[in-house]
Design a binder for this molecule. Sequence first.
Ligand code: AMP
Ligand code: ZN
Ligand code: FE
Ligand code: FE
Length: 302
Amino acid sequence: MRGMTADYCDLHMHSTASDGTDAPRDLPRLCAAAGVGAFALTDHDTTAGLGDCAEAAGGLGLDFLPGIELSTNPDVLNTGRSVGALHLLGYGIDPRDPPLEDALRRLRQARGQRNPLIIERLNELGVRIGYEEVLAVAGIASAADAEAAIVGRPHIGQVLVEKGYVKSIHEAFVRYLGAGGAAYVRRDLLTAADAIAVIHSAGGVAVLAHPVQLRLADHDALEHFVARLSDLGLDGLETRHPDHQPADVERFSRLARRFRLLVAGGSDYHGSRKSLGLNNQRVPRGVFDALREAIAGGRARG
Ligand code: AMP
Ligand code: ZN
Ligand code: FE
Ligand code: FE
């Protein structure tokens, strides 16, 4: 599987363990077919897919890093204005680390509390969908099993599409599910400080995902923000992401050099739930190797 066609890596993707549509054990084959020789699985708030994925990757001779993506509270840095999405990627984490397991359990419970409230609001708005339909889309047989699983707004969005209330999951976010949507409900999130600490405790490195989604006013504001995150122990920046223009990749790379941060990048593949293919960022293989070296060198604790 190595060689000329596999000289890319992909460090951002989701599986059925969270809100992607491909099973963890199927991702390595799809990566190989897309020219990816090294990758990380970064499901939201769960490590449940990592074992299967690592095993299948090994079977195909692909290099693999266990990962995770944590949404964190965007108010934590007290910048005086609300930022957009503050997501942290963790690479090289030990899925059995007790503080990490604890934090993930709490995040799943927060989802379990939020999701029925969203359904309730939708019903009040005359949008007739049930929780069981959402669980079915998420591949969960009963509400009792929902505890250990990740049910996200994209699952709710898919039910809204299937029942004809909206034309796309994106429209579902704009009208109902996103911040400002008619059925928006907050869920409890980690602070960025806690997310970085828990990734480090599990032996991983913490990387700021898709910085453009912070929606900061200008590059100075971003620099200030990254400086604060660096003080909290941030290890890297995701420079390549489908939301980034070439000029963004340039300036984020410069920022990473300036703050001596690692770089990462990936497709944010969600299978058929988003129209983004694997390897859409053509991230050079060396990016994976540098991350893996930093993890092995214990940069996170250093
Ligand atoms: P949740 O995990 O329930 O908080 O939902 C977050 C997920 O929704 C992430 O996977 C995002 O990629 C996805 N998402 C957020 N905004 C949108 C949007 N406007 N269109 C489609 N997906 C979105
Ligand atoms: Zn997602
Ligand atoms: Fe994200
Ligand atoms: Fe993602």
